[in-house]
Design a binder for this molecule. Structure first.
Ligand SMILES: [Zn+2]
Length: 439
């Protein structure tokens, strides 16, 4: 006993040290190696099995009485028939299940302008009102942005393509509550001489745009009627040559067509009010989209926004120009500003990849992708529900390059899961249709 006691006294520290060493060397890595198995077990334990009358995975055909199985992080594990499952293990709803919505066009920084701009005035008076009324106190702007983001999350939106002229939204975007594609937007009122200054000003904004995980940003031209060839060249040189999305407002109003096709119309008067001369501008004699095609980079994804006046020939020309062409339609904003909608038959007939945008609260009553597709269904009811859902989800995710995680209920993705309630017979959208976010 005496020897053992002596050993303990003299080698106490050595023993404790050796014990700790064995613990850290063997036990901790053992636990670490076991973590994935533990996580998988917990996933199985906490996973959700959600069922409704019909599931629209979007990447595949609808499944009547389907079950969406997702783990605790929202990752889709499978979409299966209900017969395979014990009814007691299911969360059951009346309605249809769909992936989260992708909103490809908004100006979140204009959220404080809700209700300030008159409806039905046409684009040029609309722009004039926005330009002259957009400056309110910073805290009013910031508060409206926070509320607008929450409105979109509540309406089932999981990703946003957002135009930024200023850094006002960057604090909200840095939190990464949804996936953001920030389009820092440039224009020089078609003045080659103004291109360098415009570029320098907005490059500084671009450099500040945050990139939390899953987000992206690009420099983007405003519209054919506001970007000179020199500024297009500057944007192309600064953006990556491939793999990004660029957005451009396109064919939104008749004066835009007149400017390019006839060299006349209201844009001349609009610019002269701001002491800007269009003397050096040469009309192309073609619809404005051709001017954009001439100056954009076809190797990147391009999102043409509005397209209210686009003809089948215009759409075909853009699609022949690049395989990475997408179309954002913002029907409620078109009704708000111009009281006119695109003819969606033109897009169906040309196989165009259409996406849905809400535009901003300066030109819309709410920020809801569901309300946008309800408007299309109301005025052009021949567009099938499945097509509208694809526009609202997968096409939007592809346009923003976010389809690795979003846009469809496919195993491995985390697209969010929405419950649409109040659809009519044959999945008809109507005034009573509403959305709830389940995941
Ligand atoms: Zn816009």
């Amino acid at each position: 006993m005496a020897v053992r006691a002596k050993f303990w006294r003299t080698d106490k520290y050595l023993t404790i040290f050796t014990g700790l060493w064995i613990f850290f060397k063997a036990f901790i890595p053992g636990v670490r190696a076991g973590l994935p198995y533990l996580r998988r077990f917990l996933n199985w334990f906490f996973m959700r099995k959600i069922t409704a009358n019909r599931v629209y995975p979007v990447s595949a055909g609808p499944v009547d009485n389907g079950v969406v199985i997702a783990d605790d992080s929202g990752e889709i594990l499978a979409v299966e028939p209900r017969e395979w499952h014990d009814p007691a293990s299911l969360e059951s709803y009346s309605g249809v299940l769909a992936p989260g919505f992708v909103n490809t066009h908004c100006h979140l920084e204009l959220s404080h302008m809700k209700g300030l701009v008159h409806t039905g005035t046409g684009l040029i008076p609309f722009i004039t009102q926005v330009v002259t009324q957009r400056n309110l106190p910073a805290e009013v702007i910031a508060d409206a942005i926070v509320r607008a983001e929450q409105e979109m999350l509540d309406a089932g939106i999981v990703a946003l393509g957002d135009i930024s002229n200023a850094p006002d939204t960057f604090g909200v975007k840095a939190k990464g509550r949804m996936r953001y594609y920030t389009f820092v937007e440039l224009f020089d009122f078609l003045q080659d001489a103004g291109a360098e200054k415009a570029f320098a000003d907005w490059k500084a904004v671009y450099d500040q745009a945050p990139l939390p995980p899953g987000s992206a940003k690009a420099l983007t031209p405003h519209a054919p009627y506001s970007v000179s060839p020199a500024l297009f060249a500057r944007i192309n040189a600064a953006n990556p040559a491939t793999g990004i999305t660029v957005s451009i407002h396109n064919q939104e109003t008749q004066p835009e067509s007149e400017l390019f096709q006839q060299g006349s119309g209201d844009f001349y008067a609009f610019y002269s009010r701001f002491n800007i001369s269009l003397e050096q501008f040469r009309p192309t004699g073609q619809p404005s989209v051709h001017y954009a095609l001439q100056h954009l980079n076809p190797a990147n994804r391009t999102l043409f926004v509005h397209n209210t006046l686009s003809t089948p020939d215009d759409i075909r020309a853009a699609q022949a120009w690049s395989p990475h062409t997408y179309w954002a339609t913002c029907p409620n904003a078109n009704l708000y500003i111009e009281n006119k909608l695109p003819n969606y038959a033109h897009f169906l007939g040309t196989g165009a990849r259409v996406t849905i945008g809400t535009d901003s609260l300066s030109s819309n009553w709410q920020l809801s992708v569901l309300e946008e597709i309800k408007t299309i269904a109301r005025y052009q009811s021949y567009v099938p529900f499945e097509t509208l859902l694809r526009w609202a989800t997968l096409h939007g995710a592809q346009a923003l390059g976010f389809d690795d995680t979003l846009g469809s209920l496919e195993p491995g993705k985390t697209p969010g899961v929405l419950l649409l309630e109040g659809l009519g017979p044959n999945a008809k959208l109507n005034d009573r249709t509403s959305v709830r976010r389940l995941i």
